[in-house]
Design a protein around this ligand. Structure first.
Ligand SMILES: Nc1nc2c(c(=O)[nH]1)N[C@H]1C(S)=C(S)[C@@H](COP(=O)(O)O)O[C@H]1N2
Ligand SMILES: [Mo]
Length: 437
């Protein structure tokens, strides 16, 4: 729904590769290098530098001057040029928060995360073969066409979120793609419930874990290596919203998003939602495929020193994603006419396996908060779209902050906490800078 009273974002000129670095997303590194911020760091004598005492999203009310290398705009067929490339090989791109302003994320704006190569598009999607084997009574070998015929299809709007979403907010920097909040999107997925297929195969009492496999070649091209092969405990696999999905927003699943068929296992790191699904091996133990074990998709049990060396025994696999909220309008860097005293806000919030209990916004750096209006999610795992209005006492520089609380009463923290070397679980509140007048 267009709202003409909204401030217009500073144009990002993302389609012009020669354009100066856009105001969004935020040129974080430049901010972190700022001399003034260094003074806020707390150093322990002889010890590590602790996380900075300010929230992590550096504001940029005006376009930054041309930087040697600003955020790189994505140029990919069918994709919005506002997406930001985080890695080219494998291809990884995130969606700046202001492009997540649709209730349902259009395919063109949906983030991309690959670990290996992207397979060739399937010539005959319905002939695509999926195998369910291992600790089952009856091994299933079904084509996608048979799967569609044999089981009842469902459509749910559900968030898919990369396990590393928010990673760039960690200090010191954690290893991996430097996501801001844009490693997430919410699409309508159509497919058959994974649980129905597992029930048809018949799980043996020895069934403990799924091992998910896809057709994407390893980056090295080595056919004996998996690009990614994760899995979930059977209790999660049997949840009714997990889908073996072949459509996204009513369209055949695009190849870049795992077409012709993928898993969608909502609430948990996106890496368990295998793209180009070929096989689900039911195992009698925790799966040990590519991306399982060590500090992969794992968080520290006892908090570790930021930047310190990880003790793998102190790690547990990340399951439900933490609560997160974003402001999708106005965009960071928006300029509002002088005299503007009221601003309408829009955004989204979600909380992994949990529901969102409330969403609050602040215009005074968190000194005071007020609740916003939350729309009812379509189904479990849908995000909450929210709207609000704040008043501003004068012209000048303002920051709009948003913070969500999950159904267990857990809020987003002001800074990314619980540092871990591969950077999971960073969900600090989202900040947007605006300039009035
Ligand atoms: N086969 C396969 N499935 C995969 C991946 C992959 O590299 N290969 N990446 C995973 C990760 S880490 C994420 S976050 C999601 C991203 O899905 P998208 O690219 O459709 O947004 O797919 C998951 N499924
Ligand atoms: Mo991911």
């Amino acid at each position: 729904m267009a709202d003409n009273s909204q401030p217009s974002a500073v144009p990002t000129q993302a389609s012009d590769p020669a354009a100066p670095a856009p105001a969004t997303p935020i040129p974080r590194r430049r901010f972190l290098q700022g001399a003034s911020l260094g003074a806020l760091g707390v150093a322990v004598a002889g010890g590590p530098t602790l996380a900075q005492g300010t929230p992590p999203a550096p504001p940029a009310p005006t376009p930054a001057p041309a930087a040697p290398k600003g955020p790189q705009a994505l140029d990919y067929p069918g994709k919005d040029k506002g997406l930001i490339v985080l890695g080219e090989r494998p291809l990884v791109a995130e969606t700046p928060e202001h492009l997540l302003d649709d209730d349902t994320t259009p395919i063109g704006k949906f983030f991309i995360r690959n670990n290996g190569q992207v397979p060739e598009p399937a010539k005959d999607p319905d002939a695509w073969m999926i195998v369910i084997d291992g600790e089952v009574e009856k091994k299933l070998e079904l084509t996608l066409g048979e799967l569609k015929q044999r089981f009842k299809a469902r459509t749910y709007r559900m968030v898919l979120e990369c396990g590393g979403n928010g990673r760039s907010f960690f200090q010191p920097q954690a290893r991996g793609n430097q996501w801001t909040n844009g490693g997430a999107g919410c699409a309508e997925w159509t497919g058959v419930p994974l649980a129905d297929v597992l029930k048809a195969a018949g799980l043996k009492p020895s069934a403990v874990f799924t091992a998910n496999f896809g057709a994407d070649p390893h980056l090295s091209g080595d056919p004996t290596k998996q690009a990614l092969s994760r899995g979930v405990p059977i209790r999660k696999a049997l949840e009714p919203h997990n889908l073996i999905a072949w459509a996204m927003n009513g369209e055949p699943l695009p190849t870049i998003h795992g077409g012709p068929v993928r898993l969608v296992i909502p609430g948990w790191p996106g890496s368990v939602s295998q793209k180009w699904l070929t096989r689900i091996w039911i195992r009698d133990r925790v799966h040990d495929g590519q991306g399982m074990g060590g500090t992969s998709y794992a968080v520290a049990i006892n908090p570790m020193i930021p930047g310190g060396k990880a003790d793998e025994k102190n790690f547990r696999t990340l399951e439900s994603m933490p609560v997160r909220s974003i402001i999708t309008s106005p965009a960071n860097g928006a300029k509002l006419p002088a005299g503007t005293r009221s601003v309408k806000l829009r955004g989204a919030a979600w909380a992994g396996d949990l529901a969102v209990k409330r969403v609050d916004v602040s215009t005074d750096f968190g000194a005071t908060w007020r609740p916003v209006k939350m729309a009812k999610p379509k189904n479990r795992y849908d995000w909450v779209r929210w709207t609000g209005e704040v008043s501003l006492p004068s012209d000048g520089y303002y920051e709009l902050w948003v913070r969500a609380t999950d159904s267990r009463g857990v809020m987003q923290p002001h800074v990314a906490g619980n540092w871990n070397p591969q950077g999971y679980g960073a969900n600090p509140l989202h900040r947007v800078a605006i300039l009035v007048g």
